[in-house]
Write a protein that binds this ligand. Structure first.
Ligand SMILES: Nc1ncnc2c1ncn2[C@@H]1O[C@H](COP(=O)(O)OP(=O)(O)O)[C@@H](O)[C@H]1O
Ligand SMILES: [Mg+2]
Length: 498
């Protein structure tokens, strides 16, 4: 960057040389030599520009890649409670849009700002060498240009944050509507969705326009001020040449350098808006990175007993979900399950059965009482160790967009093919898996859309069986099954817990 800027500035000196020695002195040889020198400078400038552009863009890409990984890694540590209050679409928008904006800012705007600052300062120094009097005039005009940049810049930054928030809103809406497209179409809900999404898009547009208006004002004001200032300086300089205090070559160089100063101040002010936008995006990403995980391992977690016992106990547990603090889902619930014991929790929908599982997995901490796994209070243990003792088949079985192999191996990636087949056998899934077009290699589609509810549930059971954890939690594992499959699964779950 310094070499490229130096070359640009050297062109001005070449100009002065050509005008004073070549044209004014009428020397053709000097003119030829000066032009060859100019060519060499321009070649050096091209090479330096290539190196600068490549490296700075590389940094932009790298920062984005690192930031994406950091934010994603951090998201994985946050407790389910965080995702109840933050919409997934919004988080995804932050991870993709905000980081992409940083990439463009660091890769281009920031380097533009730096380059223009270097150029501007260099040109200013050369201005001083050419004519001190005119340079002082330039410096006197500078605050008039810089002040509006700072004032407008602040407003641009605030509006940029609002604008990105509105964009995230649209992302969140699309996320939900597309995921639930079958329900949307079955209930002919399209007009409402179209309107609701349209409103969000227009809100994002409005926020964008308010930001653009500020930036347009900023750019217009700066260009006006810069060129008025340059005009005044040229007017005074022109009089100096007429009076013989300045040579024609010096005035040419002065014009060249003052145009560089003017355009670099203009460029910096334009880029300043971009940088303010990036600051808004960074703020939002840092907010995610600064959210501490609510469930974390204590400084020195107490170890769980080896070998695992597979016992579970709740002691007078009272728990209300964070989003409903006044309305406990469980009140003073006590429960003891011994090694090898099979216990069923029975109750109407909303009784709190799933909630018990969430506490055992330590997705939340109870407000009163204790939860014990293998005799250890889960609060004193590492949550990953606690979860490592539990295999769970959730009420809505989760299937990933991958093959049957990958889905079943989810809890134990190093399981052999034979073990996977055994687990599928135990879950009575072998028969329907054999009928899939590519058997075990079949891709199951996003969230397992290519399977029936009962098939999804049996795969989830196979996954839990293969994980070989001492505690097996089945959350209404037969809810999605027809009568025959239900009997099958009941046989299979008694086999896997037995
Ligand atoms: N994430 C949540 N935030 C707030 N309340 C919840 C949440 N999940 C469940 N509840 C409430 O807690 C109660 C128990 O729910 P749950 O344990 O899912 O019942 P079930 O016995 O049907 O599995 C219900 O009243 C439900 O509305
Ligand atoms: Mg439930």
């Amino acid at each position: 960057m310094l070499v490229a800027a130096g070359c640009t500035l050297a062109v001005g000196q070449g100009l002065k040389f050509v005008v004073d020695r070549g044209f004014s002195a009428g020397d053709a040889d000097e003119l030829d030599r000066a032009l060859f020198a100019l060519l060499a400078i321009i070649a050096a400038m091209s090479v330096a520009t290539y190196v600068r552009f490549y490296n700075v863009s590389w940094i932009g890409e790298r920062v984005t890649a690192d930031l994406r990984k950091r934010v994603f890694d951090h998201l994985l540590t946050l407790s389910p409670g965080f995702f109840e209050v933050t919409r997934t679409g919004e988080v995804i928008s932050r991870l993709t849009n905000d980081t992409t904006m940083l990439e463009s800012v660091i890769g281009s705007s920031l380097s533009m700002a730096l380059r223009n600052i270097v150029l501007g300062i260099g040109a200013l120094i050369l201005l001083m060498l050419t004519s001190l009097k005119l340079t002082l005039l330039v410096l006197g005009g500078l605050p008039v240009v810089v002040l509006p940049i700072i004032l407008f810049g602040r407003r641009v930054r605030r509006l940029s944050r609002t604008s990105q928030d509105r964009v995230a809103d649209t992302g969140a809406y699309v996320d939900e509507a597309i995921h639930e497209i079958r329900t949307v179409q079955a209930y002919a809900h399209e007009p409402q969705d179209r309107r609701a999404y349209g409103d969000r898009v227009e809100a994002a547009f409005g926020a964008g326009v308010r930001r653009i208006r500020q930036r347009a004002l900023l750019i217009g004001a700066v260009i006006f001020l810069v060129f008025v200032a340059v005009g005044i300086i040229l007017w005074i300089g022109g009089h100096d040449v007429l009076a013989g205090r300045l040579s024609a070559g010096q005035l040419s160089a002065f014009v060249f350098y003052s145009v560089i100063v003017a355009s670099s101040v203009g460029a910096v002010s334009e880029v300043a808006g971009e940088l303010q936008r990036a600051a808004g995006a960074t703020e939002r990403l840092l907010e995610i990175l600064d959210t501490p995980p609510e469930i974390a391992a204590p400084a020195s977690p107490s170890p769980l007993p080896e070998p695992p016992q597979g016992t579970v106990a709740l002691e007078a547990v009272t728990f209300a979900y964070p989003s409903r603090p006044g309305d406990p889902a469980l009140s003073s619930l006590s429960l003891k399950v011994a090694t090898g014991e099979r216990v069923a929790l029975v109750g109407p929908s909303g009784a709190g059965k799933t909630t018990v599982f969430q506490l055992l997995l330590r997705f939340y901490d109870p407000q009163a009482g204790r939860v014990l796994i293998d005799g250890v209070d889960v609060r004193t243990a590492d949550p990953r160790a606690v979860r490592g003792r539990i295999a769970v088949v959730p009420q809505d079985p989760v299937i990933f967009a991958a093959s049957v192999w990958d889905n079943v191996r989810y809890g134990r990636p190093d399981a052999t093919d034979a073990e996977v087949r055994d687990a599928c056998e135990a879950a009575y899934a072998t028969e329907f898996l054999a009928r899939l077009p590519q058997g075990m290699d079949s891709e199951l589609g996003e969230r397992g859309v290519r399977l029936s509810g009962g098939q999804r549930q049996r795969l989830a059971i196979a996954r839990a069986v293969l994980a070989r954890r001492p505690i097996l939690l089945l959350d209404e594992a037969t809810s999605a099954l027809d009568a025959e499959s239900e009997r099958t699964v009941q046989r299979c779950s008694s086999r896997s817990t037995g």
